[in-house]
Write a protein that binds this ligand. Structure first.
Ligand code: NAI
Ligand code: MG
Length: 394
């Protein structure tokens, strides 16, 4: 296979601190790639009025694979104030470069594995009937639709007349017909069959590739009949091609309750944009939270791999650095899986597992300490020490 070129986008804050750690690990495991740096984030908003410059889009378009750290976002009014004087009053409006990338490249699948590492002190524990504590092994991969649903941005406060009229054709809108315009807010939840086919199809493929025994559609089809119903029907359609994989159907609310009762029962979970956002944060909390949560944004042509966490600006300039690099390193493992370098990613995950099980090297989050410059004195490992321990085991 030709040597891939990876577009590295460290972005803001701790993105700049964790991404280089992932590169050290990729190098050690013998992954051969060319890396090109691309600009993204707050600095480019302030200096150029665009947090996702065209040159970055061109690089992603050309090389197809992005490894991304994190960015800083601020509310629109605050963002406008931080523009350089030359760009003030140009009517520029801040937008999230992550959402920008997802839309520009139709990164319609968001894949978020939530898998426990035995020995992680942040793992969820529950009490069994005998009164003893049990630590269920969670091995769930969430497939969240990334471009449609409630986050597609088709929404109004005081909807225009045509929209009101169209809504008025639905008998259930009668209950809202007399609400004055400025007091009426509407956010639409749009699902398309093409997007449902794609996410469910990819979820089953993934289940087969990595040996999961079930695919769960996690929605609310008994109430949100049209959109949730479409995803569930699509699940039924695809399951016929995979007789060895069971199709389950849960409601998002019940799923959040079962999260703590039987998280070990689930395999692949498929959900629309918002429910996928919710359920993936829920499962991530069972297996260590932000220091461990990784994700892939996958389109048909371009894929971008990133930790779920943000730029944690308050830690950016700490020396030594204290944040957990594991979420970033695991995101790089997802990139290896995507490139069919599954043996290398398995080696890295095994090394991470050994470091965690060893119990000696633990970042402040794993020690449940409040973050700050004093955590190293209290026994926390630095970011670099965690990576070094992983490298030693490779
Ligand atoms: P955050 O994820 O940056 O930090 C929240 C807290 O989680 C931190 O204070 C820290 O205690 C902990 N944390 C985060 N990453 C960690 C790591 N690797 N190891 C150990 N602990 C870690 O979210 P916050 O504070 O809400 O947002 C900060 C900035 O990041 C904002 O500007 C926000 O818009 C942006 N953000 C960007 C995201 C992205 O780039 N994907 C996602 C979420 C927030
Ligand atoms: Mg979220």
């Amino acid at each position: 296979m030709a040597t891939p070129t990876i577009v590295t986008m460290p972005g803001d804050g701790i993105g700049n601190r964790v991404l280089p750690e992932a590169l050290r690990v990729l190098d050690k495991v013998g992954f051969k790639a060319n890396y090109v740096h691309a600009d993204i984030g707050w600095e480019f908003w302030c200096k150029e009025g665009n947090p996702l410059p065209d040159r970055t889009i061109e690089l992603l378009d050309k090389h197809k694979i992005g490894l991304f750290g994190a960015i800083t976002s601020k509310p629109k009014a605050e963002a406008a104030k931080e523009l350089i004087p030359e760009l003030q009053d140009k009517g520029l409006s801040y937008y999230s470069p992550i959402v920008g990338m997802r839309q520009r490249f139709q990164l319609d699948l968001c894949i978020r594995p939530c898998i426990s590492f035995p020995g992680n002190p942040l793992n969820f524990v529950r009490r069994g009937v005998d009164g003893k504590l049990e630590e269920p092994y969670v091995n769930v991969v969430i497939f969240r639709q990334n471009t449609e649903g409630l986050y597609s941005g088709v929404e109004w406060t005081d909807p225009p007349k045509e929209v009101r009229d169209a809504l008025g054709t639905h008998p259930k809108f009668k209950a809202f017909a007399d609400v004055p315009g400025p007091e009426l807010a509407v956010s639409t939840r749009i699902f398309t069959q093409a997007a449902c086919d794609r996410i469910v199809g990819e979820a089953f493929k993934y289940a087969k590739k990595f040996g999961y025994k079930s695919v769960t559609i996690c929605e609310k089809p008994n109430v949100i009949r049209e959109t949730s119903g479409m995803l569930l029907q699509t699940g039924r359609k695809f399951q016929k091609e995979y007789p060895d994989i069971e199709l389950w159907n849960t409601n998002i609310d019940a799923q959040m309750m079962w999260l703590t009762k039987n998280p070990d029962d689930y395999g692949i979970i498929v959900a629309g944009n918002m429910f996928g956002d919710i359920v993936s944060d829920g499962f991530a909390g069972l297996v260590g939270g932000l220091g461990f949560a990784r994700s892939a944004n996958v389109g048909k042509k371009v894929a971008v791999f990133e930790p779920t966490h943000g730029s944690a600006p308050k830690y950016e300039n700490l020396e030594p650095q204290i944040v957990n690099p594991i979420a970033m390193i695991l995101s790089a493992c997802m990139m290896l899986d995507h490139l069919d370098e599954t043996e290398k990613s398995a080696q890295i995950r095994k090394a991470i597992g050994e470091v965690i099980a060893g119990g000696k090297i633990r970042t402040y989050d794993m020690l449940k300490l409040p973050g700050g410059p004093d955590v190293v004195a209290k026994g926390a490992a630095t970011t670099e020490q965690v990576t070094n321990a992983i490298l030693e085991r490779l």
